[in-house]
Write a protein that binds this ligand. Structure first.
Ligand code: ADP
Length: 633
């Protein structure tokens, strides 16, 4: 029978893996056992809800068998099994479980030895089954899917492809038969045929697996009728794992290290989570949970492909892999498991959504996560900022989503860059720093900190000793809108709002100036035309001659954002050009009007363009702008 080829990417990965110095070869066993356990989960769940399966929980198990003579290591399960098509799709394509842009990542993973970056890649999608090839030169999978009489044999010696043929198998389930590679000077693959090694690996990585992992072990006993000290060997099947899921164990018995190890294995992460939380709740609904905050966003986190959810168990039996209803969208980065004896196994997905118990648990979990984050912010700032660098954007989106429905929950978890020292500040901290005469929370929007710092309007506020929040992210201004106030203080945009910082006297002088320079203002407005709504004098400015502000509800940042996401809307903020009456350039312009009208017009136009640039906006006609500058030089 003709060999079928692996999908191209699979081949490449296999190649890297096989020829690599994989530092933890032993993890292959964990991966294979974990697949077996998943397969048993599926049939066990079916058995619990469908009596025709005719099996009960106690009938399920996983078996390990080592055949030293033939160098074969077999992991068998009596789970759901795979059909021919499933063998083909599940084992013929790699990275099936994720929709990772595989090729893109592969491009970074050049070379035959596995560098750290490459391990990262493999870790990212949990190579699972393919890790068998780390230690084997041939892998045979014999599987019979539940409900079918026909079994199939999938076989592959690695990169050159695989075959699928018909075969016999007594009952549903899967045998994964690995022929271990020959030992080399550096590597003793035969160690994976030693009972002791296998038993300790199971203990180390798979202890919590809920089904017995059985292995026949060699035992010794005094030989009956033999000499003194003479022993004979016999075999006894032993269960290697304790089967108590880690979340069911007493909190005091579980170390952080245990939790981290569990997390990495369960969720295919190669990095420890930032935080692990063990929950043991009793009350109207009892449940146990392990919640993890990953250190990094998953590769697909900010895409549509990412699926949130916690793994849901009912007394140790998994009912759902990703129960979405347990996590609100703003905390969708959290991973973990929830196990409650109060949940019905028979419940369908649709019903689950309306399940009262589930709602109670979800609410409780929400509170728990919030409290954990809040205490991290308070007690371990560095860690929190590391978390925020990864998931801060999510919290901001969460604040804005659903018309700000969750703004209250999230407001104290938000951080913004502050003008004070360029560091991140929470809103509570901002308010603490406010001098008594400051009434509002000031923010300035722009593409970067340096652009905002150059904003003429910001200067005066900083001079007054007021702190400004720098809104660099597109979503920031929408966050301010969703919050409206924090601690009864309104958010005021430095870019557009009338900040009410002027004294009566200042206002009066400004008015007088506007009166006496009325012709100048009209002149500038007429010269620029419809591009500005208004030209006026301003007290905001200090060292700069002009600035551009936005009037109305649409700010420049919103304009830029909308231009990206809805270019067809043509949304444009209304521009107001503000002049500094005390600035020599402005007084000079007024004088120039009388001397050389054409020249004055050019100056007025240039001032407007400069203000546009300072506001971080593009110049609409660069050629015309250059022409203007050249003509003045
Ligand atoms: P993952 O477990 O991350 O999905 P794997 O490469 O380990 O990736 O496995 C691919 C798929 O093959 C699994 O999702 C599962 O559907 C199937 N599979 C693997 N091992 C078994 C098994 N022992 N029994 C049934 N199906 C299995």
């Amino acid at each position: 029978m003709a060999k079928r080829k692996f999908k191209a990417e699979s081949e490449r990965l296999l190649d890297i893996m096989i020829h690599s110095i994989y530092t933890h070869k032993e993890i292959f066993l964990r991966e294979i056992i974990s697949n077996a356990s998943d397969a048993v989960d599926k049939l066990c769940y079916k058995a619990l809800t469908d009596s025709t399966v005719g099996m009960s929980r106690g009938d399920f198990s996983i078996a390990i068998k080592a055949d030293k003579e033939n160098r074969l290591l077999t992991v068998s399960d009596n789970g759901i099994g795979m059909s021919k098509e499933e063998l083909e799709t599940n084992l013929g394509t790699i990275a099936k479980s994720g929709s990772l842009d595989f090729k893109k990542n592969m491009a970074q993973a050049e070379g035959d030895t596995l560098g750290e970056g490459e391990i990262d890649i493999i870790g990212q999608f949990g190579v699972g089954f393919y890790s068998a090839f780390i230690v084997s030169d041939r892998v045979t999978v014999i599987s019979r899917t539940y409900g079918s009489d026909q079994a199939w044999k999938w076989e592959s010696a690695g990169t050159d492809g695989y075959t699928i043929t018909e075969c016999e198998k007594e009952h549903a389930g899967t045998d994964v038969i690995m022929r271990l590679r020959e030992d080399t000077e550096d590597e003793r693959y035969s160690e994976f045929l030693e009972e002791y090694t296998l038993a300790s690996l199971v203990k180390k990585y798979s202890d919590y697996i809920r089904y017995p992992i059985k292995m026949e072990r060699t035992k010794y006993r005094p030989k009956e009728g033999g000499e003194e000290n003479e022993t004979e060997t016999y075999f006894e099947t032993e269960t290697l794992n304790s089967m108590v899921p880690i979340w069911q164990r007493n909190k005091a018995e579980v170390t952080e290290e245990d939790l981290f190890a569990f997390y990495k294995e369960k969720f295919y992460d190669y990095e420890n989570p930032i935080k692990a939380v063990q929950v043991d709740a009793e009350g109207s609904v009892s449940y146990k949970a392990l919640l993890f905050i990953p250190a990094k966003t998953a590769y697909d986190y900010y895409t549509k492909d990412f699926k949130k959810g916690l793994q849901l168990y009912s007394s140790g039996v998994m009912i759902m892999d990703k129960c979405e209803d347990l996590l609100s969208d703003h905390f969708r980065f959290v991973r973990g498991v929830v196990d409650s004896p109060d949940l019905s196994l028979n419940i369908s997905r649709e019903l689950l959504q309306h399940d009262r118990q589930l709602k109670v648990i979800a609410k409780h979990i929400e509170k728990k996560i919030k409290n954990e984050l809040q205490s991290m912010l308070k007690n371990d700032r560095e860690k929190y900022e590391a978390f925020y660098a990864q998931f801060g954007l999510q919290l901001k989106y969460g604040t804005v989503a659903d018309f700000g429905a969750n703004a209250d929950t999230l407001k104290d978890l938000l951080l913004f860059t502050s003008s004070k020292d360029g560091k991140l500040t929470s809103l509570a901290e901002y308010c603490e720093h406010m001098p008594e005469e400051q009434k509002d929370i000031y923010y300035a929007t722009g593409d970067s900190v340096s652009l905002i710092e150059a904003l003429p309007q910001a200067e005066k506020i900083r001079e007054k000793g007021f702190e400004i929040l720098y809104f660099i992210s597109e979503v920031d201004e929408f966050v301010a809108q969703a919050l409206r106030v924090y601690d009864e203080k309104a958010f005021k945009s430095v870019n557009k709002d009338d900040l009410g910082l002027e004294t009566e006297e200042e206002k009066e002088t400004l008015k007088q100036k506007e009166e006496s320079f009325k012709d100048l203002l009209t002149f500038v407005k007429e010269t620029i035309g419809d591009e500005v709504k208004e030209v006026k004098f301003s007290n905001k400015l200090h060292n700069q001659p002009v600035c551009l502000t936005a009037e109305g509800s649409l700010s420049f940042e919103m304009e830029k954002y909308l231009k990206q996401v809805q270019p067809e809307s043509g949304a444009k903020a209304e521009r107001v050009l503000e002049l500094n009456p005390a600035h020599p350039i402005v007084t000079r312009l007024d004088a120039l009007r009388g001397e050389d009208g054409e020249q004055a017009k050019k100056h007025a136009k240039l001032l407007f363009r400069q203000a546009t640039l300072l506001a971080g906006l593009p110049i609409e006609n660069p050629a015309e702008y250059s022409e203007l500058v050249f003509s003045l030089m």
